[in-house]
Design a protein around this ligand. Structure first.
Ligand SMILES: [Cu+2]
Length: 201
């Protein structure tokens, strides 16, 4: 083996070890393992990074502290246009219905759509390969909304493909807050309610 190859091989080995360590952390799935959150403020907003792919979000759960100010950083690592809509079920349902009308739109920029005032939530649309940063203050009473909050993509078909992750509200102490029960009259199903498969609506 020529000498110049050795550093490469050693680097590869270290990289694998590091990857295993990261995977073990990522797979723990224990809510108590959530790193302690220091709530963001308007002067020092906390970064909340979400990667959109075709067709899923990372991370699988988004932690937020009610009342904190964050900078939501959405990175679109996919080929399609994606969006993050933060909000409770009525907000998700409003955008799903509004954007369904664009399903047959010709290729090009996302058509302008809107929902009723009060149902907008926080919606960030990001094109392939781009990143959008938006400063936002989480509503202080958000954790009390029936059915919980979600981060979803409502480009037609994307929610059903699995582009929805739950929000886990946590207190300033880093411990998850009690989750309210399911909302009555839900019309929008999350993939986990469909037995983990892509929903068909
Ligand atoms: Cu999407």
């Amino acid at each position: 083996m020529p000498p110049w190859m050795r550093p490469v091989r050693r680097t590869t080995g270290l990289g694998f070890a590091a990857l295993v360590a990261v995977s073990a952390l990522a797979c723990s799935g224990d809510p108590d393992a959530t790193p302690r959150i220091t709530p963001g403020t308007s002067e020092h907003p906390r970064a909340v990074v979400i990667v959109a792919a075709d067709f899923e979000f990372v991370p699988p759960v988004v932690d937020l502290v009610p009342g904190e100010t964050v900078v939501v950083q959405v990175i679109n690592g996919g080929l399609a246009v994606h969006q993050t809509v933060f909000g409770p079920r009525p907000v998700q349902e409003a955008w799903e219905a509004a954007e369904a009308a664009t399903a047959s739109a010709p290729p090009g920029p996302t058509p302008a759509v809107s929902v009723a005032a009060g149902l907008a939530g926080l919606r960030i649309v990001v094109r392939s390969g781009e990143r959008m940063d938006v400063m936002w203050t989480v509503p202080a009473a958000a954790a009390a909304d029936d059915g919980g909050w979600f981060v979803g993509c409502h480009i037609p078909g994307h929610w059903a493909e699995g582009m929805v992750v739950p929000v886990r509200f946590v207190g300033p102490d880093g411990l998850p807050l009690p989750t309210p029960g399911p909302a009555s009259g839900d019309t929008l199903r999350t993939p986990d309610q469909e037995g983990g498969s892509a929903a068909s609506r």
